[in-house]
Design a protein around this ligand. Structure first.
Ligand code: 6LW
Length: 562
């Protein structure tokens, strides 16, 4: 099976976006879990990649002509044989990629943590096909990115261990560099440490990472994240007049952070850092970087998202948020808005997937690599038919699970499905999932031979709970024709509401005021954000039962964009 061949853009999105109204655009430009952005420009086209961790296919490639409206055009790792995520926790897998273009070739470098390390993949066209990864076993670290110098030489930069692998304190890391032979796709020469610790090692800076190099007016600028990817996160810059250094830290560092701001401010953007810069044809500079939107007290379910902000050059240094003010939800648009895109990723929007195309929309993600064809868009016309399988999303295999991101603090997601469980272990519905031990599952099943709609929470097995804990159950007294039911999850910042509707009926709330902070990064940990998943399972037992999903609809309604 080659899922890549089914991931063509064929969908049917009704988009209502206010992105770029009145010459302003909305941040984040890619809302929801789109961390560690990296960007490059080729002529008037911009390309952007993000970390995808244990979701599959790996490393979506986004395209834009105006830096604000994006479209996913392919994936770097979209063949099961080049990306085996089996056994990986959801926040392992693919970390912090970088995308670069040089002389007719696109280069994506990335780290597949725990199971491969660092690699480069290349393509002549950004939509692919992308080459098999070429591994760099010499690199002991993460966040690799390439820099192509104007003299024809190329270099790989990355985060690595402390000198001699002897950290002076927790979080003591280095930025290192090796020369890259682009013709043979190999690293050559000696490894060089460009930054030890961070901007000022006497102050014990932590987690210098995400290095990105650029050259301007003869200076080499090395940008990196510092402070860890949580609320102390920042972006800092160093420069040198020689590629190999020495690199001097900017006296005005950090050039981006939100850590000094009042945590009680309205609509905070936090954790800002991990930036990559791009220059427009008119010579204006913009930064993409990650940031988070807590609904209160540092709790957020939308993961680390991609923001865009102008860069001001001052005294030969790039500055992203001058005087460390708030990152803004709206800036003047960098470029004239172009033709509407298939789907919005920023501001408030709605999209609906009728699940009636011959192939899946490329925004759907599998949890780890599918090894068998358990889904089918052709079997029942106008439906996505899935087979129930023993895997659950509490495990580290590939469950029957297809997901899209939670992109707003408030909004709702709905689906309609036809499903008849044959035994109580068989369940199909919709989950809101952060990781293997932090999710809610709204589903249909049977209980004592009677159809029910149920809500489960992932259990804490370390405290003696079962894998899932039943929170609510309601009998479906008069199952409608075809056993067709609609399910809905409303997100209301720190709460979720779970509802259902049988054919011809009205929405009924199964359970309201369900704690959403349980799925926040602060509670669940990790590097990802929440996903809404069409999820079905036979819970450890073999099964031939299927569920047929008719459509999926997403609406985001955050106050800040109204
Ligand atoms: C990534 C590192 C980071 O490798 O988080 O925010 C890690 N920065 O640079 C995972 O996204």
């Amino acid at each position: 099976m080659r899922p890549s061949s089914v991931l063509l853009p064929l969908v049917l999105c009704v988009c209502v976006s206010i992105v770029q109204s009145q010459g302003q655009f909305c941040n984040p430009i890619l809302a929801g879990f789109y961390p560690d952005p990296s960007i490059c420009r080729v002529g008037e086209d911009y390309y952007l990649v993000n970390s995808t961790f244990a979701y599959y296919p790996g490393l979506g490639v986004f395209h834009s002509r105006d830096l604000v409206h994006w479209e996913i055009i392919g994936h770097v790792l979209e063949r099961p044989e080049v990306l085996n995520l089996e056994g990986q926790g959801v926040s392992r897998g693919l970390y912090a990629p970088s995308i670069r273009y040089e002389k007719g070739t696109f280069y994506v470098t990335c780290t597949l943590v725990d199971i491969g390390g660092n690699f480069v993949s290349t393509a002549e066209r950004p939509e692919g096909p992308w080459s098999n990864p070429v591994w760099f076993p010499q690199v002991n670290g993460i966040d690799p990115s390439l820099f192509f110098d104007d003299d024809g030489r190329a270099f790989l930069l990355y985060n690595s261990v402390a000198p001699g692998n002897k950290p002076l304190y927790e979080g003591h890391r280095t930025i290192r560099m090796r020369e890259f032979d682009a013709t043979n796709r190999i690293l050559v020469g000696e490894e060089k440490i460009l930054v030890n610790g961070g901007t000022d090692i006497s102050r014990k800076p932590i987690w210098i990472e995400g290095p990105h190099m650029l050259k301007k007016n003869g200076w080499y600028y090395l940008l990196a994240a510092e402070g860890g990817t949580e609320d102390q996160h920042s972006e800092v810059v160093f420069r040198s007049n020689s590629i190999s250094g020495p690199y001097a830290a900017f006296a005005g560092n950090p050039i981006l952070t939100q850590r000094t701001l009042d945590p009680k401010r309205a609509h905070p953007v936090t954790c800002a850092g991990h930036a990559d810069l791009v220059e427009t044809p008119a010579g204006e500079w913009w930064a993409v970087f990650l940031g988070c939107r807590p609904y209160r007290d540092g709790y957020f379910n939308t993961g680390r998202e991609t923001f865009l902000a102008p860069v001001r050059w001052n005294g030969g240094w790039p500055i992203i948020n001058p005087d460390l003010q708030e990152v803004k939800y709206h800036y003047p648009a960098p470029l004239p808005a172009l033709a509407p895109v298939k789907r919005a990723y920023g501001g408030n929007f709605t999209y609906r997937d009728e699940l009636n195309g011959p192939s899946l929309d490329p925004n759907w993600m599998f949890l780890r690599t599918p090894r068998e064809r358990w889904y089918d868009l052709g079997k029942k016309k106008g439906f996505l038919t899935v087979r129930l399988r023993p895997e659950t999303c509490s495990g580290t295999g590939n469950p029957t699970f297809l997901a899209q991101r939670q992109q707003h603090l408030s909004g709702s997601v709905r689906t309609a499905l036809e499903f008849t469980a044959k035994s109580p272990n068989e369940k199909a519905g919709i989950a809101v999932f952060q990781n293997e031990s932090h999710y809610y599952f709204l589903c249909e099943s049977i209980d004592h031979a009677h159809p029910v709609v149920q809500l489960f929470r992932s259990g804490d097995t370390t405290r003696g709970e079962r894998e899932t804990v039943l929170l609510a159950s309601q009998g479906l007294d008069s199952p409608s024709a075809g056993n067709r039911t609609a399910l809905k999850i409303d997100a209301c910042s720190d709460m979720y509401r779970f509802s259902y509707r049988t054919m011809g009926g009205v929405w009924a709330v199964l359970k309201d005021s369900v704690d959403a902070t349980f799925l926040s990064t602060k509670v669940a940990g990790g590097f990802v954000g929440c996903m809404y998943a069409l999820y079905a399972t036979s819970d450890g037992q073999s099964s031939a039962t299927e569920a047929a999903y008719d459509w999926f609809e997403y609406t985001g309604i955050d106050d800040v964009y109204r």
